[in-house]
Design a protein around this ligand. Structure first.
Ligand code: DTR
Ligand code: CA
Ligand code: ZN
Ligand code: ZN
Length: 438
């Protein structure tokens, strides 16, 4: 396979020219979309959130002191929450499952409207451990998510995305309810999720302000909110796998959330940031009988309730990113003659949800016999989409073409790769550049 000397020399001069000019041919990722502007969220009244906690405490007191899976206190908690949502115009569904010989329930509430192909969900587990009322763990998350949903109704919000809320059963038995929910979501439904936000213990009496470090766009949304309050945050380091977001993350759904701490002790450095008491647990009543209505820090609960509303309004009302966002790689990659496949990568970040059904891959491959080439687009999870097969009859030069791929079952963010292989001896070439347009 001969490569024209002229092209090689020209390429060499071009490269030298670039280097001498101090510019090396590098991959560039450029996006064309202006920053979207979202609606401002309302303040979530702390008194309303605490009223829900008072109800959950009363329920526990009237049902053996707890709201645990399989106990009467849990079903009473579900009935209370469902009644509020039904009255507010939500479409509610009770999903039943069995765990440890007892019936459990997930409560799902859909806010009518929004793009059914872009589902933003917020959730919290509603069950307590058997030893107590579970007001911080996790009445706090359940009540704040409930009050945010009620605020959506009060505002008659008409978000771009479809809003869904969930209250999980049997989290304390090992994320049982949320695992059951996700396991029973068809893959086509999972692909519609733009994100899942989890809130488990968000009112700890000696609070820290922790943000889950999972999806960057969701994490940024929470960090921006707290920056606006002038409250420093830390990355949640003990969370992986420790609450219901894990059920969603395990199937590739972008997740995020907030946490004020459990049995770990607050350091002196953290007291400098947040106040409170060093050497004491963030929640010394974690999984204990003293996790009652008095086991709540009002400031933390208020701030986190407002943070949830901020995230819901921001992430659901953003206009879908206008078309024209593109990501490209300009680095030349030699394609070995009749040899191994090579790849070129573009990294997509900051988007939410799935890639589009009309994802465009524009390629520019220089070659003296393009029939030698097999070209694939590889999604971040490795799924291959064939763009071009080899052909013994197509002797023309170069592949300069745009292919349209239905990538709607793929998560948008991640490393997308163009894979090229020369499968016939003689004639060779190189990837000059390629571009993904969303
Ligand atoms: N597993 C949760 C409490 C918990 C402990 N660490 C984290 C980190 C992030 C969220 C929650 C938690 C429970 O006992 O319900
Ligand atoms: Ca508030
Ligand atoms: Zn717990
Ligand atoms: Zn919990």
């Amino acid at each position: 396979m001969h490569v024209s000397a002229a092209r090689n020399t020209a390429a060499a001069f071009a490269l030298v020219g670039l280097l001498l000019a101090g510019a090396a041919p590098v991959a560039t990722a450029t996006t064309a979309a202006p920053a979207p502007v979202a609606l401002a969220a309302p303040d979530i009244p702390l008194a309303n959130v605490k009223a829900h906690l008072t109800q959950l405490q009363s329920i526990a007191t009237a049902n053996g002191g707890n709201r645990a899976h399989g106990r009467t206190g849990y079903k009473a908690s579900i009935d209370y929450t469902k009644a509020k949502l039904d009255a507010a115009g939500f479409t509610t569904t009770l999903q039943q499952f069995t765990s440890s010989g007892a019936i459990g329930y997930n409560l799902i509430a859909d806010w009518p409207g929004g793009d059914a192909n872009q589902v933003l969900m917020a959730g919290a587990h509603l069950d307590s451990v058997a030893s107590g009322a579970g007001i911080n763990d996790n009445g706090s998350g359940s009540a704040a998510v409930l009050e945010t949903a009620l605020a959506v109704s009060r505002a008659q919000l008409q978000p771009t995305k479809h809003l869904r809320f969930g209250w999980w059963g049997a989290e304390e038995l090992g994320l049982v309810g949320s695992k059951y929910y996700v396991a029973n979501l068809p893959a086509t439904e999972r692909a519609k999720f733009s994100g899942y936000l989890n809130f488990d213990m968000i009112g700890s009496p000696n609070p820290g302000y922790f943000v889950y470090d999972d999806d960057p766009a969701i994490e940024k949304t929470f960090k921006d909110f707290y920056a606006g309050l002038g409250v420093p945050t830390e990355i949640e380091t003990e969370g992986d796998g420790r609450s219901d977001h894990a059920s969603f993350k395990n199937v590739g759904i972008p997740v995020g959330g907030l946490f004020t701490g459990a049995s770990r002790t607050k350091t002196a450095a953290q007291v400098q940031k947040w106040g409170g008491t060093s050497g004491l647990a963030f929640d010394r009543c974690y999984h204990s009988s003293c996790d009652t209505s008095t086991n709540i820090n009002d400031t933390a609960l208020d701030r986190n309730s407002d943070a949830i509303a901020h995230a819901i309004w921001t992430l659901s009302t953003e206009p879908t990113v206008p078309p024209g966002d593109f990501y490209e790689n300009l680095t030349d990659v030699t394609v070995p003659d009749n040899g191994a496949a090579v790849t070129s990568t573009v990294t997509v970040a900051g988007r939410t949800g799935s890639a589009p059904a009309t994802l465009k891959a524009a390629v520019d491959i220089k070659h003296t016999f393009r029939g030698d080439l097999v070209i694939d687009l590889l999604a971040p999870d490795g799924t291959a989409y064939r763009l071009k097969n080899s052909s013994t009859s197509d002797s023309a030069d170069n592949v300069i073409a745009t292919y349209t791929v239905d990538a709607s079952s793929e998560t948008a963010n991640g490393a997308w790769r163009l894979r090229v292989q020369d499968v016939v001896a003689r004639d060779t070439g190189y990837i000059d550049s390629w571009k993904l347009t969303f």
